[in-house]
Write a protein that binds this ligand. Structure first.
Ligand SMILES: Nc1ncnc2c1ncn2[C@@H]1O[C@H](COP(=O)(O)OP(=O)(O)O)[C@@H](O)[C@H]1O
Ligand SMILES: [Mg+2]
Length: 378
């Protein structure tokens, strides 16, 4: 019998500030996929959410100017048609496993996961609700707190309750220095470290450009930023730890340090922390993965204070995946190389799909003959 290759579709791009990182991640994954085992297609979401077909996506993948290709292939598209953005969707009909390599909005927030669910195909990473919750810093913190996982104190400011949270009230509850963050963003976009009333008011105003839910969070003083990679579905494991620091400054890991000039940023992988702290962070990572009902992969980020107390920072369910990104590098130093890691993620996606299939397709016939009694009045 002919052994058919497994058809993998890499989805990349999207409308977050990590559009280009996504392209690089997808490139590295593409190169690492064993073409003897896999047939690989690529599909790019443009910044406006249009799903390009494999051919146009491949041209961009191969280095053609993105804006030029997008303008060319969308010039006759009727965008007044609500289905315009997914008009190339029929091209994915032979795909066996979807690999969303899209960081941030659309990729990480449950949107494309809903599409895969509708297409009834396996995909790498967390499910719809888990992705959406993990992308929302407010909902994430609420679930962590319910599950006893330490995270920083915060208040949620919305247009409705903003008047109840003048800076004086914030100082009383959380201290003078706080971080102001939109709940559903990433890449440090819209995040401000503030230390006075004017900065606070300006930060809220800026935050509301990105979301109507703003977290105002107690600041950890001189934190060490530590990361842990988690791999698996229900049977999960935690990697060795990594750390990000910006030596010689009291900078935080802002947009500039991430994407504009990373020359002052030092990555240490693995980082040797005291054993008790290492174990605690790994355990918190596994606990958070379960609390958030994650699947496949997630990178857990921590802030460790001056007394070696770790606070859960945030979760990334589709972390950067270039061959020098933290998630795969932490596995590399923990004994799983880049292409084996990808093989494992594909298998986990298939396993998860099979496990769910047994649940989703069992229809329960609901009887209609016996109905409850209605008591109206006496
Ligand atoms: N409570 C906090 N105390 C100290 N630093 C923080 C705090 N929250 C965020 N930061 C800094 O801001 C950066 C970005 O915040 P994070 O919550 O990770 O958002 P993003 O999703 O944009 O990466 C962190 O990497 C850290 O440098
Ligand atoms: Mg972060």
């Amino acid at each position: 019998m002919e052994n058919k290759k497994l058809h993998i579709a890499l989805l990349f791009g999207g409308n977050s500030s990590e559009h280009d990182v996504s392209k690089r991640s997808a490139h590295n994954i593409y190169d690492a996929l064993d073409k003897e085992k896999y047939e690989v297609s690529v599909f790019m979401f443009t910044k406006k959410g249009f799903l390009l077909g494999n051919e146009a996506s491949m041209r961009i993948f191969d280095g053609e100017n993105e804006d030029k290709v997008v303008a060319e292939v969308t010039k006759d598209v009727d965008f007044s048609n609500p289905l315009a953005n997914i008009q190339n969707l029929s091209e994915v009909k032979d795909v066996d496993v979807f690999y969303p390599v899209i960081h941030g909005n659309m990729g990480e927030d449950g949107t494309v996961q809903g599409l895969f669910r509708l297409l009834n195909k396996p995909w790498i990473g967390s499910g719809i609700a888990s992705s959406a919750v993990s992308f929302d810093k407010d909902l994430t913190k609420k679930l962590l707190t319910i599950n006893g996982i330490r995270n920083t104190k915060y208040v949620l400011v919305t247009p409705d309750n903003q008047k109840e949270y003048p800076y004086a009230k914030i100082v009383e509850e959380l201290g003078e220095t706080v971080f102001v963050k939109p709940a559903r963003q990433g890449s440090s976009v819209g995040i401000h470290k503030v230390t006075n009333e004017q900065e606070y008011n300006e930060a809220l105003q800026d935050g509301f450009k990105y979301d109507f839910k703003i977290l105002v969070e107690e600041a950890i003083k001189n934190p060490r930023e530590v990361e842990c990679s988690v791999l698996g579905n229900l049977d999960i494991k935690a990697s060795k730890l990594g750390a990000i620091s910006i030596p010689g400054s009291d900078d935080w890991y802002d947009y500039n340090n991430k994407f504009v000039d990373a020359s002052g940023v030092v990555f240490e992988m693995p980082i040797n922390l005291p054993e008790k702290l290492t174990k605690e962070i790994q355990q918190m990572s596994l606990d958070a993965f379960r609390a958030l009902d994650n699947r496949g992969l997630a990178r857990m980020d921590f802030l460790v204070d001056e007394n070696d107390v770790p606070y859960f920072g945030e979760v990334n369910t589709l972390p950067g995946f270039t061959n020098i990104s933290l998630y795969p590098q932490l596995w590399e130093v923990s004994g799983i190389n880049y292409s084996d890691l990808i093989d494992q993620l594909i298998q986990l996606a298939i396993d998860e799909f099979k496990a769910n299939e047994e649940i989703h397709y069992d229809f329960v016939e609901l009887g209609t003959e016996k109905v409850g009694k209605k008591i109206i009045g006496e």
